[in-house]
Design a protein around this ligand. Structure first.
Ligand code: SAH
Length: 344
């Protein structure tokens, strides 16, 4: 029988697991706390009897991550990790220091199968999903490494979180648990390329996280060219789902928009975007494209960016340009893993 990673259980499931194995339910809370603190060995669980620790060791295990590579920015302390999972696969996470707290950007899959043309994470396709415990491990071990509390999470690393829906929901529940890392849902953002059927599921799950949509283009012609998911769910279907999400949850949606020179950055495109988003409780976050070695896309010029912003703001849409942290350790998500794979 394969051993079970205890971090893949919710607290409820851990209780059931213990009861099924003839143990007392209240032990689950003690174990859950230890797991979130990043213990790597059952013997570190000092309030658990030796007998139970031995039994747990026989039937289960505690997942860990090792740091394969770590880059720290000399400018703003931004720290990029290449984490090695139990099976040797690698994922990236980035720790950023903001005034409002420390934020981690985490991965949800090894690779990605969404195929966005400008994105480094998808180049080798999807290898596998991360389990709920493996996603949590990114936060646990980054926090352990920096020695300070991480208070915010963005699911904007490698992978498509809504393509790994069940594990991501379980992770969210666990990271939010007061006995665990206790990170409030309102301090968590999840970014999706737009798998509409799972946006609907997320809306029904009633978890008050912030939803970000990687829109990147307001017309089907343009969007299908750079994002294959648009062939499954077109722009209007996606935006309708977003309007519904906002009306039911009353929560502002954030639209990510990567500006690519000559592709999606004209004033005319900005006007179409403004029209599509008109009246929605939302926010547009512009990201000058990070130039990826394997693609030919180039950043928009400053003037084009300013004109694009002006159109949106004139139409009452709040717009920001993503501040670039860690520019001296340039490796936007997916690039560190790619360069490591390429050098093997
Ligand atoms: N799969 C999810 C989350 C991961 S990507 C999603 O698509 O939203 C996080 C964000 O970075 C997305 O908005 C993605 O489109 C964007 N992104 C990917 N590659 C980029 C690049 N080279 N330059 C700028 N943004 C990029």
């Amino acid at each position: 029988m394969d051993k079970i990673n205890l971090k893949d259980f919710t607290l409820c499931e851990l209780e059931e697991f213990l009861v099924l194995n003839g143990e007392q339910k209240f032990r689950a809370k003690q174990i859950f706390k230890w797991l979130s603190q990043g213990v790597t060995d059952f013997d570190e669980m000092t309030d658990i009897s030796k007998k139970l620790r031995e039994k747990l060791n026989e039937i289960s295990y505690i997942s860990t991550l090792s740091i394969e590579k770590k880059l720290v920015s000399k400018i703003d302390k931004t720290t990029k990790y290449l984490f090695k999972l139990g099976d040797g696969n690698t994922v990236e996470a980035v720790v950023m220091y903001y005034k409002h707290g420390i934020t981690i950007c985490i991965s949800s899959q090894v690779g990605c199968r969404m195929g966005c043309k400008f994105c480094a994470s998808t180049i080798g396709g999807l290898v596998r999903n991360l389990s709920a415990g493996e996603i949590l491990d990114e936060v646990i071990f980054a926090q352990k490494d920096i020695g300070e509390r991480i208070s915010n999470i963005v699911m904007m690393g490698i992978g498509e979180p809504l393509d790994n829906f069940d594990n991501v929901i379980k992770f969210l529940e666990n990271v939010n648990n007061p006995l665990g890392l206790n990170i409030g849902y309102r301090h968590i953002s999840l970014s999706t390329c737009g798998i509409v059927k799972n946006i609907v599921k997320l809306e029904k799950a009633n978890i008050p996280i912030t939803l970000s949509i990687s829109l990147h283009a307001p017309t089907n012609d343009l969007r299908s060219e750079i994002m294959p998911i648009n062939n499954a769910y077109d722009v209007d279907t996606l935006i309708d789902a977003c309007r519904h999400y906002v009306s039911v949850t009353n929560r502002r949606i954030s639209f990510e928009y990567t500006l690519i020179s000559g592709v999606n950055d004209s004033e005319n495109v900005a006007k179409i975007l403004a029209k599509k988003l008109k009246g929605m409780l939302c926010h547009v976050n512009l990201i000058p494209v990070n130039e990826v070695a394997e693609t030919q896309f180039k950043k928009s010029g400053r003037l084009a960016i300013e004109k694009f912003i002006a159109v949106l703001e004139k139409n009452g849409i709040t717009t920001t340009v993503r501040r670039k942290l860690g520019s001296d350790i340039n490796a936007s998500c997916g690039q560190l893993r790619r360069s490591s794979l390429n050098s093997k």
